[in-house]
Write a protein that binds this ligand. Structure first.
Ligand code: C2O
Ligand code: CU
Ligand code: CU
Length: 469
C-alpha cells in the first residue's frame, strides 16, 4: 500500500494566479476514439486521413489553417488490446509526403512509418500489425517524414494510442482513467500558427532549443479543468507530444503515484512529488482528490533548465499552469486501495551481451554524423542483447529514442536506476550519460534511433540500426 503524504508547501515557488483563469476554464475533453469498422473479435480496422482543415486552436480565436488526422486535433485515439490485429487504412491528403509512425510499438519494419517508407501526397498505405503481448501502455502516433516532422506536428498531426491488457490491476479496481496529450504551440497576431522565417534569429534559436510555444495545450484545450471528488483516485495517461518542451509536473501540496512509463506499468507504484516528462515520453500517474472539497489546484509545469545558456528563453524559470484540478463538493468517493503489485517487469538478461556500444550525442550530431537515409550506422543481429552507453557531451538535454522496441535503463552516470521499466525514450541531461539494455527480439530491417527534439531529428540527429537474422 502506498501512502498519499502531503508534499511540502511549494517554497520559493511563484504563486500561480487562480480565480479568474479557473472561471474561464472548460472541463477537459478526451479526443475521439478511432471507430473500429470490423466486428470480428481481435481485429481493429480503422480509417485515418491526414488532411488540411480549419479549426479554432486558441479559445476565442479564429479558425485557422491546420493539418489534422480525421479533422481533429489531437487526432483520434487508437484504442486496442494486446493481441489485436490492427489494420489502418491511411490516406495522405496533404500537399507533401508524410508517414504515420506508431511511436513505441514493436511492429514489422515496413509498418513503422519511418522516413524510409514515405506516403506521397494523394497516396495511401495500409498499416497492418499485431499488438504484442505484454505491451499494454500509453503510446502515440505522429508523422515522421524526412526533415518535415517538426512542421507537420506543429500543424496538428499527432494522436494518442492506448494498448490495454486483459489483466490491468488498476482497471480491475474500477479506477477511472483519462488520456492527457500535452503540446505547445506558437501563434501569429491573426491567430494562425507561427513559423519562423528560415533566415531569422528565431529559426536559429528553434534549431538549437527545438520549437517551443508559449501556449500550452492539453488535448487541444488551454488549461482545462478536471473535476475530482474528495478521495477519488484517477489514473492519468500523459503523453508529451510537444516538439521540445520538457514538463516538470507537480501539484503543489500533494503527491502523485507514478505507476507507469513509456511501455506501461511498473512492478510497483512510486509516490512522487514531481515528474519529469521529456518530449515524446509518457507517464501514468494516480492522482487523488484531497480534502477539503471545493478548492482548485493547478497541475503545474515547473522550471526545468534543459537549455544552452546562450539560447535559454528569458522566461524559462516561470511556472506554468497545465490544467486545473477542481475538487468538487459532494460525498467523498469510496476508498480505493492502490495495489502494491502492478505487473511483472522482468529484467533483461545481460549474461550474454553481444555488443557494448558508446553513442555520442553532440549538438545536432550522433557519433559526429548527420543522418543519411542511404547509410547504416549500426548493424546488429536479431536474437541478441546489447548495452548502449548514450553520452551527451554538450550543454543541453537530448531525449534519446529507439524505434521498434522497448529497452530498460541500467544506470545514469553510473548510478543504478532505482526501479525497472520499459522505455523507448530516455532524456539524457546535459553532460551526462545513460546506459540502456536492448534486446533485439524480432523484425529485421532498418530502424531509426534519434534525438526526439523534432528540430534536431529533422536536422539529422538520427542514425540507422539495421537488424538482420
Ligand atoms: Cu516518435 Cu522516430 O519517433
Ligand atoms: Cu519512434
Ligand atoms: Cu537533440
Amino acid at each position: 500500500m502506498v501512502g498519499w503524504g502531503a508534499a511540502p508547501s511549494g517554497q520559493g515557488r511563484k504563486p500561480a494566479p487562480r480565480a479568474q483563469q479557473v472561471a474561464a476554464s472548460e472541463p477537459l475533453r478526451e479526443p475521439p476514439t478511432l471507430k473500429n469498422l470490423s466486428s470480428v473479435p481481435g481485429i481493429v480496422e480503422v480509417n485515418l486521413t491526414a488532411a488540411p482543415a480549419r479549426l479554432q486552436l486558441v479559445p476565442g480565436g479564429p479558425r485557422v489553417s491546420v493539418w489534422a488526422y480525421n479533422g481533429s486535433i489531437p487526432g483520434p485515439t487508437l484504442d486496442v488490446h494486446e493481441g489485436d490485429s490492427v489494420i489502418v487504412h491511411f490516406r495522405n491528403e496533404l500537399p507533401e509526403m508524410t508517414t504515420v509512425h506508431w511511436h513505441g510499438l514493436h511492429v514489422p519494419n515496413d509498418m513503422d512509418g519511418s522516413p524510409l517508407n514515405p506516403v506521397p501526397p494523394g497516396g495511401s498505405y495500409t498499416y497492418t500489425f499485431r499488438i504484442s503481448p505484454g505491451s499494454a501502455g500509453t503510446y502515440w502516433y505522429h508523422p515522421h517524414p524526412d526533415r518535415r516532422t517538426t512542421y507537420q506536428v506543429a500543424m496538428g498531426l499527432y494522436g494518442g494510442l492506448i494498448i490495454r491488457s486483459a489483466h490491468d490491476p488498476l482497471a480491475e479496481r474500477g479506477i477511472p482513467e483519462r488520456l492527457l496529450i500535452l503540446t505547445d504551440n506558437r501563434f501569429n497576431p491573426d491567430g494562425s500558427i507561427a513559423f519562423p522565417d528560415s533566415q531569422s534569429i528565431q529559426a536559429e534559436i528553434d534549431l538549437e532549443n527545438g520549437r517551443e510555444g508559449n501556449v500550452l495545450f492539453v488535448n487541444g484545450q488551454v488549461a482545462p479543468t478536471i473535476p475530482i471528488r474528495p478521495g477519488e483516485v484517477q489514473r492519468w495517461r500523459i503523453v508529451n507530444a510537444s516538439a521540445a518542451r520538457v514538463y516538470r509536473m507537480a501539484i503543489p501540496g500533494q503527491s502523485m503515484i507514478h505507476v507507469g512509463s513509456d511501455g506501461g506499468l511498473f512492478e510497483h507504484p512510486r509516490e512522487v512529488k514531481e515528474l519529469l516528462l521529456a518530449d515524446a515520453g509518457r507517464v501514468e500517474v494516480l492522482v487523488r482528490g484531497e480534502e477539503p472539497a471545493g478548492r482548485t489546484v493547478a497541475l503545474e509545469d515547473l522550471p526545468y533548465d534543459r537549455y544552452m545558456p546562450q539560447t535559454r528563453p528569458v522566461d524559462w524559470d516561470s511556472t506554468r499552469t497545465v490544467l486545473w484540478l477542481s475538487e468538487t463538493a459532494g460525498p467523498p468517493a469510496p476508498r480505493v486501495e492502490t495495489p502494491s503489485e502492478l505487473r511483472p517487469v522482468p529484467p533483461t538478461d545481460t549474461t550474454h551481451v553481444a555488443n557494448r556500444r558508446v553513442i555520442v550525442m553532440s549538438q545536432g550530431l550522433i557519433d559526429q554524423k548527420r543522418m543519411d537515409l542511404n547509410r547504416v550506422d549500426i548493424r546488429a543481429r536479431l536474437g541478441t542483447t546489447e548495452i548502449w552507453e548514450v553520452q551527451n557531451v554538450v550543454g543541453m538535454d537530448h531525449p534519446f529514442h529507439v524505434h521498434g522496441l522497448q529497452f530498460q535503463v541500467l544506470d545514469r552516470d553510473g548510478k543504478p536506476e532505482p526501479y525497472r521499466s520499459w522505455k523507448d525514450l530516455v532524456n539524457v541531461p546535459k553532460h551526462s550519460s545513460v546506459r540502456i539494455v536492448l534486446r533485439f527480439a524480432d523484425y529485421p530491417g532498418k530502424w531509426m534511433y534519434h534525438c526526439h527534439i523534432l528540430d534536431h531529428e529533422d536536422a539529422g540527429m538520427m542514425g540507422i540500426l539495421e537488424l538482420t537474422r
